[in-house]
Design a protein around this ligand. Structure first.
Ligand SMILES: [Zn+2]
Ligand SMILES: [Zn+2]
Ligand SMILES: [Zn+2]
Length: 352
């Protein structure tokens, strides 16, 4: 086994030889040509020593040199990586992975990232709360990411105004205007090869813009927007209850209709052209198949709709009756008196 001391000793020896050569050239003992050749040979030897030293250190290291093949991980061990942005090339810019028993310290958690999918799952060191990693991009902890995926208003509930969480990897992105949605340059495309539409379908209701940016655009107060967003979505627990209960809105005395997919509270209706369900790539038919008996419009909207129908019908009847009266007054067929079965309907006279 090669040690670091051995490498240092050899390098010092090379340096001593070189300084002797230089002195000899200055004193005229050897020609510069001979010195040049000797220098090249020396540089080659230094490189060899450095390579040997690096390989020896790799062999002795606890870190993996490459991603292990599926099945090559010893039983009882798992692959763990550190907090640096994951990449295929191990050792690159401080990204390291190693094998460890899950019961040994440090404590591990299942990593939600998509590094090395062929392993079928890997771990990372458990972190507490929001922590910096990947250089300047902070991430939420895996537990928070799971919570966050269930709740579209997670940021508003945690008063996070200048960041949004990527529901795919848990990255806390700053201005989503340039960081998230832009095709080919935004986070979604660069990190997950996902379009804006695919992201919305996978994570219904997830925000794409920070509350701060929304406040600037709509020229309103951030506090108001937070309240609005918190009130616009059910909490994950409420949503779970709501999915099981078709009369949830009625039971809670709310004149809204809750989208059972994302938990949004809507004031009028779920379906129709340009309406809410199209965001989830669904029609009313699919929605009702998935959530049978769930309402698709508010009680108020239903009542208004019924009232409108009644009024329209009444108006039509009145119009027909008026036309009837006009016809009856103005015109009769010649044999009207002989045929009492004639009567007027709308603008037509019928006999039966
Ligand atoms: Zn990972
Ligand atoms: Zn992401
Ligand atoms: Zn929805």
């Amino acid at each position: 086994m090669r040690t670091a001391d051995q490498s240092i000793k050899e390098l010092k020896e090379e340096a001593r030889k070189m300084s002797t050569l230089m002195t000899d050239v200055v004193l005229g003992v050897i020609s510069p040509k001979v010195c040049n050749a000797a220098c090249r040979a020396s540089a080659k030897r230094v490189k060899e020593i450095a390579t040997k030293d690096y390989k020896a250190r790799q062999r002795g290291s606890r870190y993996l040199v490459s991603i292990p093949k599926p099945g090559a991980v010893p039983p009882g061990m798992v692959v763990v990586h550190n907090h640096i942005r994951p990449r295929r090339h191990l050792g690159w810019q401080g990204f390291r992975a190693w094998l460890q028993s899950p019961d040994d310290p440090p404590a591990l958690v299942v990593c939600p990232c998509r590094w090395a999918p062929e392993l079928g799952g890997h771990y990372r060191v458990k972190r507490s709360g929001l922590e910096k990693c990947h250089g300047s991009v902070p991430y939420v902890s895996p537990e928070e990411l799971i919570e966050c995926r269930k709740d579209p208003a997670w940021e508003a509930r945690h008063d996070m105004i200048d960041r949004i969480v990527c529901r795919e990897c848990g990255a806390l992105l700053k201005s989503s205007n340039s960081g998230m949605a832009k095709k080919h340059t935004g986070h979604l495309w660069r990190r997950h090869r996902m379009t804006f539409k695919e992201y919305k379908l996978t994570h219904p209701g997830a925000p794409l813009y920070t509350l701060q940016l929304n406040a600037i655009r709509s020229q309103s107060k951030v506090k108001d927007l937070i309240t609005k967003r918190v009130n616009a979505f059910l909490t994950p627990d409420e949503l779970a209850a709501c999915r099981k209960n078709p009369t949830w809105e009625q039971d809670h005395g709310l004149d809204v209709v809750v989208c059972r997919v994302c938990g949004a509270k809507l004031k009028k209706i779920l379906c129709g052209g340009g309406y809410h369900l199209t965001q989830h790539g669904m029609g009313l038919k699919e929605y009702r198949a998935e959530y049978p008996n769930a309402p698709w419009r508010t009680a108020g909207t239903t009542a208004r709709h019924r009232q409108g129908m009644i009024e329209t019908r009444a108006r039509r009847t009145a119009k027909l009756a008026a036309a009837d009266r006009i016809l009856a007054a103005n015109w009769r067929p010649e044999d009207w008196d002989q045929r009492p079965q004639w009567h007027a309907l709308g603008d037509k006279l019928l006999s039966c």
